[in-house]
Design a protein around this ligand. Structure first.
Ligand code: ADP
Ligand code: MG
Length: 483
């Protein structure tokens, strides 16, 4: 209510901003708009310079890298008096509208970084990277406005033992005019940098050989486009599009799927490009031989080039990546915190980066509060708890055996004596509770079938209610296993 008093008269620029906001919302979608653009407010307008205020430095930087070009362009069209748009940080109370505090809630409760930062590029970008073709495509599809991702460059890719070969291969393909290996097939599990390397290749080519025609798309987009072309009986145009290309990049190739005609089409496109000496680059979550639903002849062509995998990160690489990302985000990351994150978050780089972004967002939204180990542990507590939950069945067996003073062998044996059978049931129960293993998987670890495990789980659930002593024992075990 109080801030209404400040809005004494609506300036022309405020009205224009309202219209621009509607346009931005349409172009970038509601989620991105709500997270990044809604909190912006219009500041002073003097001598052709318009100030746009963001509530934090972090948001300002984000808006500058991702949206400022578009905002400036729309505004110039609306109001020729505006010569320049300046993004500034304006913390605290805005004299126009208060900042949107729901953002803070959203950021701190969002589980994954992709959600916070507005979607995954893979699902939305089809990039025709050739002179004006890119611009046209981007303007038709606003999700492409940041394609290729400005952060996904070779300079920003941290090289370590587990990815140096993939990096070298990508670099070589990007740099050489002559095709040295065809195709280049990159594979790894999720979040280890395949898409990053693909975009880095595009950046490199855009910069050094802007005449080369590059098409980047995901296998899903290939399938979609082909099916559409079939439906509209327009396969000639579809084929033409790929024929004129110098470099064809297909990301997430595992989604090429079982589609007979589409795969056939891809096979022909691929073969003719390779024969003409055009570079093909493919990324997938499995090696060509392990890909499911892919025809043998296509698989054998895929292994005909260079197949490179990216292995899971090691501690040193995780430290390097954290340092680099902190630098890019322009935040001060104490080495204690970096070490903690590098030790705890080992699954993949996306999650590592996500945790860093959450901590950074938290610190910056709380007006630049210093990042400390305590704060990190607090901000990430749900995530850390679920990581700690990754208790293994082996550990459970070991701890339970120790606790009841029997051996792991006995626990796994077929002995039915109560002194062994009860701990065995407890171990099965804890395995079900503390791991994400299925009943048959748990059963296998005890040399039993899944019905025995199911029975054990039920039995223990009943006993916990009746038998205080057993309930306490289980609680102690649970606590030691979760720590
Ligand atoms: P993939 O395509 O293998 O699933 P991405 O390329 O999307 O993985 O990478 C996930 C995130 O991790 C991206 O933000 C990317 O920048 C980052 N990343 C992965 N590997 C590295 C690396 N070696 N150096 C810097 N950032 C990396
Ligand atoms: Mg990817």
């Amino acid at each position: 209510m109080a801030e209404e008093a400040f809005v004494s008269e609506e300036r022309a620029v405020d009205t224009q901003w309202g219209m621009i906001c509607s346009q931005l919302k349409m172009e970038f979608g509601e989620t991105a708009f709500d997270s990044w653009l809604k909190p912006l407010t219009v500041g002073d307008f003097n001598n052709g310079v318009m100030n746009i205020c963001a509530p934090t430095a972090f948001m300002k930087n984000w808006v500058v890298t991702h949206y400022s070009d578009r905002i400036s362009k729309i505004w110039e069209q609306q109001n020729p008096e505006i010569k320049k748009i300046n993004f500034v940080v304006h913390t605290g109370f805005s004299n126009r509208r208060t900042t949107d505090t729901s953002l803070l809630k959203k950021i701190s409760s969002t589980p994954t970084p992709q959600n916070i930062y507005g979607g995954n590029i893979n699902s939305s970008s089809f990039g025709l990277v050739a002179g004006s073709a890119l611009a046209n495509d981007a303007s038709k599809n606003p999700a492409n406005a940041t394609f290729p991702n400005p952060n996904y460059t070779f300079e920003n890719f941290v090289v370590g033992k587990t990815n140096e070969f993939a990096y070298a291969a990508a670099k070589k393909v990007a740099e050489s005019k002559n095709v040295s290996f065809n195709p280049l097939f990159l594979y790894s599990s999720v979040g280890l940098g395949k898409t990053h390397l693909m975009h880095s290749i595009i950046w490199h080519i855009k910069k050094n050989n802007p005449d080369r025609n590059v098409i980047y798309l995901t296998a899903e987009q290939f399938v979609y486009k082909f099916v559409k072309a079939l439906r509209y009986k327009d396969t000639t145009a579809f084929k033409e599009q790929f024929r004129s290309v110098d470099v064809l990049m297909v990301d997430d190739f595992q989604f090429m799927g079982n589609k007979g005609t589409t795969q056939e089409e891809f096979f022909h496109t691929f073969s003719s490009l390779v024969e003409e000496g055009k570079q093909v680059i493919i990324a997938a979550d499995k090696s060509p031989t392990d890909l499911e639903g892919i025809e043998e002849r296509l698989k054998s062509r895929l292994v005909g080039g260079l197949v490179v995998d990216i292995m899971p990160t090691d501690f040193d690489l995780r430290m390097g990546i954290l340092k680099k990302k902190a630098e890019l985000m322009n935040i001060e990351l104490p080495s204690k915190v970096a070490e903690f994150l590098a030790q705890k978050i080992t699954s993949n780089v996306r999650e590592l980066e996500g945790s860093l972004k959450r901590v950074a967002a938290h610190s910056l939204l709380l007006s630049g509060k210093e990042i400390t180990l305590d704060m990190t542990q607090d901000v990430l507590k749900d995530m850390l708890r679920s990581i700690d939950r990754k208790t293994t069945i082996d550990e459970i067996q070991k701890k339970v055996a120790e606790h009841f003073n029997i051996s792991v062998k006995e626990l796994q044996s077929s002995r039915r004596a109560r002194t062994v059978a009860r701990p065995r049931q407890v171990a099965m129960y804890l395995a079900k509770q503390l791991t994400s293993r299925s009943l048959p998987e748990i059963g296998r670890k005890f040399d039993r079938d899944h019905t025995t495990v199911m029975h054990a789980v039920r039995k223990v659930e009943e006993l916990i209610v009746e038998d205080q002593n057993l309930a306490e024992n289980i609680e102690i075990l649970r606590r030691t296993l979760e720590n």
